[in-house]
Design a binder for this molecule. Structure first.
Ligand code: T3D
Length: 263
C-alpha cells in the first residue's frame, strides 16, 4: 500500500506499525490522513496482524484536526463539525477499541485535541518523557471529542477530567503516568525500544484471549456487576475453545514455553 500521510508496515511476525507522517503540521489530521489510516487499519486482520503499534514521525504525536482546513472567512458558513466527527473521528475510535488485538501507542511528543484522545483509545499507552497531553479543544471553543469525555473521567476521575478539559493545559507524560492516564512514561531514547519490545512480546501471546480481555474491560464501564459476570462467563467460554488455551494448559503441565498461534 502506498500512503503519503502515514507510514504503515506489517511484518511477518504479526506486528503492524502505523506512524502518522505529517510532521510539519505536528501530524494533525486532514481528510487524506483519515482515509489512509482507515485503509491501513482495515487491512490488519486479513494480513494476520496480532498487535498494532501506533506512533508518529517528527517532534509531535498528533495535534488533532488540521485547523488550516477549518479557517473560514467570517462571512462563510460554519463547517459542519458533526459531519467530520461522524464520518472520520468516531469511526476511528470505534475501530481502535474494537480491533481484536492489543493496540500499543508510543506517544513521541505532544498529543493535542483529538490526537490526545486517539492515544487514549489505545490499549497500552507509552509516552516519551518529553511528550505531553492537552485537551486543546477548550482553547478554540470546542468540546473534547474522539471519546475524550468518556475516557477522561474513567481514567483520572471527574475532578481531574474537568480540569484537563476546561483548562486545556499541557499534562506532562510523567504526570499522565502518575494520574493513571497512561501505562508508562519512559526516557525519550527508550521509547521505541520499549514499544517494540512490548509489541514483540504481545505478538506471541494468545491473541484471541487478549482480544477477549480487551472486550471485557472496554465493556465494564457501561455494565453492572451482574452484566459483567455474565459477559465474563460468555467470553471465558469462547476463550476456552481456542487452540491457544489448550496449548497454554499443555505447556504449563509439560513445564515448557507455550507456542501460541493466535487461534
Ligand atoms: O474540525 C473537526 O473536524 C472537529 C474535530 C476536531 C478535533 C480536534 O482535534 S479540535 C483541536 C485541534 N487541535 C488544536 O487545537 C491544537 C492546536 N495546536 C496547538 O495547540 C499547538 O500547536 C500544540 C500544543 C499542539 C503544540 O505547540 P508547540 O508550541 O509545540 O508547536 P506550534 O509552534 O504551535 O506548532 C508547530 C507547527 O504545527 C506550527 O506550524 P508553523 O508555524 O511551524 O508553520 C503550527 O501551526 C502547526 N500546527 C500545530 N497544530 C496544528 C497545526 N497546524 C494545523 N492544525 C493543527 N491542529
Amino acid at each position: 500500500m502506498d500512503f503519503e500521510t502515514i507510514e504503515f508496515r506489517q511484518d511477518a511476525n504479526g506486528i503492524a506499525t502505523l506512524a502518522f507522517n505529517r510532521p510539519d503540521r505536528l501530524n494533525s489530521f486532514n481528510e487524506q490522513m483519515h482515509r489512509e489510516v482507515r485503509e491501513a487499519l482495515s487491512s490488519l486482520q486479513q494480513n494476520g496482524a496480532r498487535v498494532l503499534l501506533l506512533t508518529a514521525n517528527g517532534r509531535g504525536f498528533c495535534a488533532g484536526q488540521d485547523l488550516s482546513d477549518r479557517n473560514v472567512a467570517p462571512s462563510d458558513d460554519a463547517p459542519d463539525l458533526g459531519y467530520s466527527i461522524e464520518t472520520f473521528y468516531n469511526p476511528l475510535i470505534r475501530t481502535l477499541s474494537a480491533l481484536p488485538m492489543p493496540v500499543i501507542c508510543a506517544v513521541n511528543g505532544v498529543a493535542a485535541g483529538a490526537g490526545a484522545n486517539i492515544a487514549l483509545a489505545c490499549d497500552l499507552v507509552i509516552a516519551a518523557r518529553s511528550a505531553s497531553f492537552t485537551q486543546a479543544f477548550a482553547k478554540i471553543g470546542l468540546v473534547p471529542d474522539s471519546g475524550g469525555t468518556w475516557q477522561l473521567p474513567r481514567l483520572v476521575g471527574m475532578a481531574r477530567a474537568k480540569g484537563l478539559a476546561m483548562l486545556a493545559d499541557k499534562l506532562s507524560a510523567e504526570q499522565a503516568e502518575q494520574w493513571g492516564l497512561i501505562w508508562r512514561c519512559v526516557d525519550d531514547s527508550a521509547l521505541m525500544d520499549t514499544a517494540n519490545q512490548l509489541a514483540e512480546h504481545l505478538a506471541v501471546q494468545p491473541t484471541q484471549g487478549l482480544a477477549l480481555i480487551k472486550q471485557a474491560l472496554n465493556a465494564s464501564a457501561a455494565n453492572s456487576l451482574d452484566e459483567q459476570l455474565d459477559l465474563e462467563r460468555d467470553l471465558q467460554r469462547q476463550a476456552g475453545r481456542t487452540e491457544d488455551y489448550k496449548e497454554g494448559v499443555s505447556a504449563f503441565m509439560e513445564k515448557r514455553t507455550p507456542a501460541f498461534k493466535g487461534r
